[in-house]
Design a protein around this ligand. Structure first.
Ligand code: BGC
Length: 718
């Protein structure tokens, strides 16, 4: 349809029909022919008649259900306006990929795009039109459970990932390619910075910081064409995002040039009341509509009060018309007026969802997400070794991670199953008895018995999936005490000890690292997790992942991130024994494992970098070349990272900022030149007057294997 036709359609709509489009309801409202008014319907001001005009559905999928609901809806809807089906497809639909924080550790944008493409393919065939992804929130606080849904603490990397996910979901031709779904970048804005990591807590930061660090990944998703944006639950400078006119009208729509559909987060319009910026739902609806929120997800401000607000002329009808037009345009962009069932296909759904091809992709993604944190010559394991596989993660299938509602835990591959594929039966002793939170004397004895017979111990530890994700903030980010106890006891056997981890956030691993000879961070690796982890442990795959969020030595350091601002009293090697410098009395400043860190079974060395110039003009390009060599006898992949530091800024600059990186695969003994280019625009940042520009003067260029180990040269911007 042309925009003109959509406008004509809008003209034909009654006020009630317009309001209907702004309402999103969860699946329970649609499951059967609505003949009686149930409790939730009354609360949402919905009756059988109103249901006919509702605009979108949340959390229903499966081709059969979607076809049924849409077909019934179109029979009932006076103007034949189809429903939109939306859901959270976060790291896979049924084939589950590693959690985003894990996937991010691959530093592989092509891979990220492929996972989103497969997720879209499965979601679309199951009838979905929109996924509430990517989450582009920048995160620095490991206490917050939703760091698992983010790609880490770096604005540049987050922006690249946000783009890759949007590309993967939406493809090049959303209108005609029914294997794609529309993306919804979230949670606008700054949801990743709740004070003290407590879920839904206040966010408080300067506008300068918001603009410099937090907005860029949402902007990237918008530039890539993300059709929707979701509001955040939190406040932005005191005003809840969902009713924040400045944030939504000026920043999002005007400056960031977003012209798609803005949807509230679940119940977030209603939450303007407990937030204390609206006296009741009516005021809440008024605030949100004035902030340009087009769709209300699961609260009853629009359904209950928009009509009244408009008839009494508190609210301008034009605002509602604009919102409805944007919703109709989204439906049109998805081709729903012509093909209301879009990709939903019962036959294809059976054949394609969870296919071998998709599972293989999930395995590769998991392999590239795994980060080797320590290895004192124990890994890779050998098939000739007798291995005791112990700990709660040994046989666990709870490895999909949060936000995998369609994933089938029972079909995920456990580590025990993965290792069994690689090892002769007699060389694998599996303990099936341990639990994530308790360790009885009997369980300990069983573990010991197996451990005593083995050459190497593999202890699979971690969090259960529900310990991270939404509403899973933690004030203790160590492993449960029973697991630490098991580790301490097994250590007494003095056998080579490998610890593997399933978890959704950076943990305090200080005690674990001290005891383990090797430490492998597997995150929640998804459907094929056990196969991927086994391949890494056995050396069939060489680990290549690197962290995108710092791991603290102790919780007291959190929030800890590599790109911190310098202080007036920075800690240095020379002043480290002085008291009045910026440091802790009882801990080092540095993290246990820094951003960008991860080991390989190969050994890489870096030659001195070569710069094309040390004096850069505004129109020139700086080329940074560095030779990286694989000094080992096995092929491996290194992620070469380039950081920058603005030595003298108008405002204080971070000690390091990631500017470029590249994944390079080098065969045994191979050397390759990696070449990065930078321009003046890469040196810009948000100044105190909120404009983005660069400062003339000196910049350190650093290249290396992590944010911690880098060689340095200085250039001057003329
Ligand atoms: C979450 C969103 C999610 C929505 C819909 C909310 O609780 O914050 O990220 O998309 O629910 O399921």
């Amino acid at each position: 349809m042309e925009e003109m036709q959509l406008k004509q359609l809008l003209k034909k709509m009654t006020l009630e029909e317009k309001i209907g489009q702004t309402i999103q309801l969860s699946g329970e409202f649609f499951i059967s022919e609505a003949s009686e008014i149930t409790g939730p319907m009354t609360e949402m001001h919905i009756d059988a008649e109103r249901l006919k005009g509702v605009g979108s559905v949340l959390g229903v999928s499966g081709a059969t259900a979607v076809i049924d609901i849409q077909t019934r809806h179109l029979k009932n809807n006076r103007l034949g306006i189809p429903l939109l089906f939306m859901a959270d497809v976060i790291h896979g639909y049924q084939t589950i990929f590693p959690i985003p924080l894990g996937l991010a550790s691959s530093w592989n944008l092509v891979l990220a795009e492929q996972t989103a493409e497969i997720a879209a393919r499965e979601a679309a065939v199951a009838g979905l039109h929109v996924t509430f992804s990517p989450m582009a929130d920048l995160v620095r606080d490991a206490r917050w459970g939703r760091v698992m849904e983010a790609t880490g603490e770096d604005a540049y990397l987050n922006a690249l990932y946000a783009r890759a996910f949007v590309r993967g979901y939406q493809g090049q031709d959303l209108l005609n390619d029914t294997t794609k779904v529309a993306a919804c970048v979230k949670h606008f804005a700054a949801y990743g910075a709740p004070i003290a990591g407590r879920e839904y807590n206040t966010v408080n930061m300067s506008e300068r910081q918001l603009r410099e660090l937090y907005l860029s990944a949402y902007q990237a998703a918008i530039d890539e064409g993300s059709k929707l944006v979701m509001t955040a639950f939190n406040t932005v400078d005191g005003v809840p995002a969902t009713g924040n006119k400045w944030l939504m009208n000026q920043v999002l729509r005007e400056e960031m040039k977003f012209n798609g559909v803005l949807i509230s987060d679940w119940g977030a319009i209603g939450e303007l009341v407990p937030h204390g910026v609206a006296a009741d739902l009516k005021e809440a609806g008024d605030l949100a509509m004035n902030a340009g929120v087009d769709i209300e997800m699961m609260s009853a401000a629009y359904s209950g009060h928009l009509a009244e607000l408009i008839t009494e002329e508190t609210l301008d009808l034009d605002l509602l018309d604009e919102a409805v037009l944007r919703i109709l345009m989204l439906k049109n962009d998805l081709g729903l007026f012509e093909q209301p069932l879009r990709g939903a296909d019962i036959q294809k759904e059976k054949a394609m969802i969870g296919s071998q091809e998709h599972r293989l992709a999930a395995q590769q993604a998991a392999e590239q997400s795994i980060v080797l944190l320590k290895n004192e010559g124990v890994l890779p394991l050998k098939v000739t070794q007798k291995i005791a596989l112990l700990g709660p993660g040994a046989t666990s299938k709870d490895i999909l991670g949060n936000w995998s509602w369609k994933g089938k835990t029972e079909e995920s591959v456990s580590l025990a199953e993965g290792l069994a594929r690689c090892l002769p039966r007699e060389n694998l002793l599996i303990d099936t008895s341990t639990d994530y939170f308790e360790l009885s004397e009997t369980q300990l004895k069983t573990a010991f018995k197996l451990a005593e017979q083995a050459d190497v111990l593999v202890l699979a530890l971690g969090e259960t999936a529900d310990m991270s994700g939404e509403a899973a903030s933690r004030t203790n980010i160590q492993l449960p005490a029973s697991q630490l106890h098991l580790l301490t006891e097994l250590k007494k056997l003095n056998k080579p000890l490998v610890v593997t981890l399933y978890n959704g956030r950076p943990l305090d691993l200080t005690a674990v690292t001290a005891k383990a000879d090797a430490l492998v961070e597997a995150w929640f690796p998804g459907s094929q997790g056990g196969d991927a982890l086994a391949n890494i442990l056995m050396g069939q795959v060489n680990p290549s992942g690197k962290l995108t969020m710092s791991f603290p030595r102790t919780l007291g350091q959190v929030p800890i991130y590599y790109n911190a601002d310098n202080t007036g009293r920075p800690l240095t090697e020379a002043n480290k024994d002085q008291r009045y410098v910026s440091k802790y009395y009882d801990s080092e400043n540095s993290p246990l494992f820094p951003f960008g860190f991860g080991l390989s079974y190969s050994r890489f060395s870096y030659k001195t970098m070569q710069l094309s110039t040390t004096e850069l003009s505004e129109t020139e390009e700086l080329t940074v070349r560095v030779h990286v060599k694989n000094d080992s006898s096995i092929e491996g992949t290194e992620i070469v990272q380039l950081y920058l530091r603005d030595k003298v800024g108008e405002v204080v600059r971070p000690v390091k900022e990631l500017k470029r990186f590249e994944r390079v695969t080098l065969s045994a003994g191979e050397e390759q030149e990696v070449c990065f280019t930078l321009q003046e625009k890469d040196l810009r940042y948000v100044h105190s007057d909120l404009t983005k520009r660069s400062d003339k003067g000196m910049f350190d260029i650093m290249v290396g294997t992590s944010s911690d180990t880098t060689q340095l040269q200085t250039i001057t911007l003329l």
